[in-house]
Write a protein that binds this ligand. Structure first.
Ligand SMILES: [Zn+2]
Length: 325
């Protein structure tokens, strides 16, 4: 299942080829891939056709592409900030107009956004866009999804209202309940520590809570906890601010390493926009390593049942604390 680094690899791969591109035509081959879109496929096709893609954005594992109208001069407000926000003011974003719309891409378990030459065909394509970029010309986007847990939808953009919000920053309504992720420059670490201390739960469960911190799934939770030498059930209330700081640093480090290595293709489903896999799974030290020696101490990594999945950890390096850390 794609986590933050995999989704960021897709976002970064799309950015140069689709930012400022006009959508010439849209084909929907499977209506199930639009189940998060409110409206029939004809509505989706009508609204997407002729629109211009802004810069792809991401929060946690959510990816979206702001849409601008072909008729307006879109060259000034394509970068970074979505929609009409460049025209807005702090008191009335975009002068009271809608902050715009975006195409929200849910990769689900197996969704792939493949950037192809015109006319290219991929098996299991559910939705297709033919686009023209002002510099690089015509391209095709095939949204391929084997298991159809992924989807696309047009969603309204709403202003971000937290303390760290950039001027004019917006997110789709479907993403507005998701906390900032640890690679977001406006991620508020102090606020995270405060909220974590009030949680009466285990640390791994807290790391997977997308309302508290986003973008961390099972793979990167296990890897970061191994690096920070923390047992997955360590009560959050027992963690000192210093330990939390260290843990977040390890979360960032493991995600940045995964990004540099093109993401993880552990379940054989995930691909980048060129259809190739990342190789971070070769660098995994705990996740999926049960029965193999811990790279730090040589004792065997074990796997325990956790939330219908598994937790992978070293029982020696990652012991449950007897006292507060
Ligand atoms: Zn160990």
């Amino acid at each position: 299942m794609p986590e933050l680094p995999e989704v960021e690899v897709v976002r970064a791969g799309l950015e140069p080829a689709i930012t400022g591109a006009t959508i010439e035509s849209v084909e929907v081959f499977d209506e199930r891939s639009l189940r998060r879109h409110t409206g029939p496929s004809e509505d989706f096709i009508d609204r997407m056709t002729g629109a211009v893609f802004g810069t792809p954005q991401r929060r946690g594992k959510f990816l979206w592409i702001p849409l601008t109208d072909q008729m307006q001069d879109s060259t000034d407000d394509i970068p970074a900030i979505a929609g009409d926000s460049a025209l807005g003011s702090p008191t009335s974003p975009a002068f009271g107009r809608s902050a715009g719309e975006a195409l929200v891409v849910h990769l689900g378990m197996s969704g792939q956004v493949l950037l192809r030459e015109p006319g290219s065909v991929d098996n299991l394509t559910r939705i297709r866009f033919d686009i023209t970029h002002p510099v690089i010309g015509r391209r095709r986007i095939n949204f391929v999804d084997q298991r159809i847990f992924g989807s696309m939808a047009i969603d309204e953009l709403v202003p971000v209202t937290d303390a760290g919000a950039n001027f004019g920053e917006t997110v789709p309504t479907q993403v507005s309940h998701i906390a900032r992720d640890p690679l977001d420059p406006h991620f508020d670490e102090k606020l995270f520590r405060t909220r974590l201390a009030k949680k009466n739960t285990g640390i791994k469960r807290a790391l997977l809570d997308q309302g508290l911190i986003s973008g961390i799934g099972n793979i990167y939770a296990d890897e970061a906890l191994w690096r920070a030498k923390l047992h997955y059930e360590t009560p959050t209330a027992t963690l000192s601010p210093a330990r939390v700081k260290l843990l977040i640093a390890e979360v960032r480090a493991v995600m940045l390493q995964a990004l540099a290595e093109g993401g993880t293709s552990f379940d054989e489903q995930y691909k980048n926009v060129n259809g190739t896999s990342g190789y971070f799974e070769r660098s995994l030290q705990a996740y999926g390593q049960q029965g193999k020696p811990c790279p730090r101490c040589g004792r065997l990594i074990v796997r325990e049942q956790f939330m219908n999945r598994g937790s992978h950890f070293c029982p020696f390096c990652q012991r449950m604390p007897k006292v507060a850390l």
